[in-house]
Ligand binder design. Structure first.
Ligand SMILES: [Zn+2]
Length: 62
């Protein structure tokens, strides 16, 4: 099995990371992501991060 490997991310396998990406909403900027978190009233518990898979921003609970 050949990998397209270009993104050495932590230890999650590719499928798992992909699920984490596709399950989440994507935002075009950090500001958009944080705005969305704020609208949901969850900005304190959410962090925006730049996704290495899609190059967009997601929110994570952290
Ligand atoms: Zn993503």
């Amino acid at each position: 099995m050949k990998r397209r490997g270009q993104i050495p991310v932590a230890r999650l396998d590719a499928g798992e990371r992909r699920r984490m990406c596709t399950r989440k909403r994507r935002y075009s900027s950090e500001g958009d992501a944080l705005d969305a978190a704020m609208l949901a009233g969850a900005e304190r518990r959410r962090k925006a991060y730049l996704c290495p898979l899609c190059g967009r921003w997601h929110l994570t609970t952290a």
